[in-house]
Design a protein around this ligand. Structure first.
Ligand code: GP9
Ligand code: MN
Length: 448
């Protein structure tokens, strides 16, 4: 195991991307507020339905001069969905290749070197998670203690006596309540704080009354899940707008960096097993979908990633990246060095950032190509510009590049799986880091 750790450190040191001097430490000492946008896909940004913007507030934020926005940012989750997005954000490691998630399968026992602990030890941050579902979902009530979270405000911390605060079909409290009630706890926290708000209303099949949505009119497609998706996205947008207003009213916005990301696709397959992205492409974007392929499906794995802070030099970046890259990006902004940690992404703002985005099933996308490996060796390569498949046998140079990228993607995923499955961080403590003692945290959560 010691030699295993050494090999892994060789890899992470070789693939380390140096912070960008123009951004390193720009958020030093600021509060960090993560907003996890449930099932929120990038195509919602700027989209109009019946001439009306679905997400007017997020559109404004996306284009704000103090927001760094990314339009080639991809979700990289596997079957662990929300919890995989959290695993990448907090630990810089991927979710598992198959079967449930790091959270439920390993997270209750494993050793982590996660964001809340790193920020607490190096920069004196307190930390908390806010979520409207029961605490035991994805074993969060235990995993967060192992990650060093000081508090976890799950559903039981909210006043749910009024049935209007809840989903009509049991997915937890509505996002507007999550934020309006949550901010009361937030105000009491010791600053600087690192906090995460996990929204839930935009989850597929979440139901709320139409009265909650003003006069917003959704699409009228055959697939009600798609019609509903725009409604819940619109509601989520309003709830974020209200939250920003609370942050302004409390003065928290002036000393906070706010990070927003979509965790994964919201549309997937309809009940007949057909791609809802394909339905969306023809029904809403009027695209010809006759030759729908893995390439098209990959195009719809984009999710938003935005960093907003007063005084931040913003703009819309076209850099390719994904969820695994968020942790080093945030830590560098906070002025924390990451070189000694085993994290598999690279700072999106670094000039050495790696633009090969690995998906959990070993396919990947680069700025120019989308690649799907195949067990029989018949790798499919698509050119992003045209969507056309490029036969590798006619392109030996490209074949060599693809082979090199694929080896690195496989290696990275393998390292992640080894670290998680063998709980390897038990055997490696970076200089200056103290292992987390979960018994120091005694918050109670709702267990179901
Ligand atoms: C549940 C919420 C949704 O608490 O985080 O999880 P998902 O189904 O997206 O993994
Ligand atoms: Mn989710």
């Amino acid at each position: 195991t010691e030699s295993e750790i050494d090999q892994i450190l060789d890899y992470t040191h070789q693939h380390y991307a140096q912070p960008n001097k123009a951004y390193f430490g720009k958020a030093k000492g600021k509060n960090i507020i993560i907003i996890h946008l449930e099932s929120f896909e990038q195509f919602l940004i700027g989209l109009k339905i019946n001439g009306v913007e679905v997400t007017p507030f997020l559109n404004k934020l996306y284009n704000d001069k103090n927001t760094l926005s990314y339009d080639n940012f991809f979700n990289e989750v596997g079957t662990g969905r929300t919890s995989d997005a959290e695993t990448m954000l907090e630990t810089g490691l991927f979710g598992l290749p198959t079967g449930t998630s790091v959270f439920t399968k390993l997270g209750t026992e494993n050793t982590f070197q996660a964001a809340p602990a790193i920020l607490a030890q190096q920069e004196g941050y307190s930390s908390a998670v806010f979520h409207g579902n029961v605490g035991s979902f994805w074993s969060r009530n235990i995993v967060y203690k192992n990650m060093g979270y000081n508090y976890f405000f799950d559903k039981s911390y909210y006043d749910t006596a009024d049935s209007e605060t809840n989903s009509l079909n049991g997915y937890g409290i509505k996002d507007k309540i999550l934020f309006s009630e949550g901010v009361k706890y937030l105000e009491q926290m010791q600053q600087p704080f690192y906090t995460k708000f996990l929204t839930v209303t935009n989850h597929v099949r979440y139901q709320f009354s139409d009265d909650d949505n003003g006069d917003f009119q959704s699409t009228d497609l055959d697939d009600d899940e798609i019609n509903n998706y725009f409604k819940t996205a619109h509601y989520l947008d309003k709830s974020i707008e209200e939250f920003f207003k609370y942050l302004d009213d409390t003065g928290l916005s002036t000393n906070s960096m706010i990070v927003l990301y979509g965790d994964h696709y919201g549309l997937d397959k309809n009940s007949a097993g057909e791609s809802q992205h394909k339905e969306l492409a023809s029904g809403v974007f009027n695209q010809n979908t006759d030759n729908w392929s893995q390439f098209n499906e990959t195009q719809y794995q984009r999710v938003p990633f935005m960093i907003h802070m007063d005084g931040l030099k913003g703009g819309i970046k076209h850099t390719y990246g994904g969820e695994i890259d968020v942790l080093p990006t945030i830590l560098h902004l906070a002025g924390v060095n990451t070189k000694q940690y085993i994290q598999l992404g690279t700072d999106l703002l670094s000039k050495q950032h790696n633009q090969v985005v690995a998906f959990r099933k070993k396919s990947f996308i680069t700025p120019k190509y989308t690649v799907y490996p195949n067990d029989n060796g018949n790798t499919k390569v698509y050119e992003n510009k045209t969507g056309a498949e490029i036969p590798l046998r006619d392109n030996p140079e490209l074949a060599m590049k693809v082979d090199k990228w694929q080896k690195d993607v496989n290696k990275k995923l393998k390292i992640s799986d080894d670290v998680n499955n063998k709980n390897l961080l038990r055997f490696y403590t970076p200089a200056g880091f103290t292992p987390v003692d979960p018994t120091k945290y005694d918050y109670q959560n709702q267990v179901e």
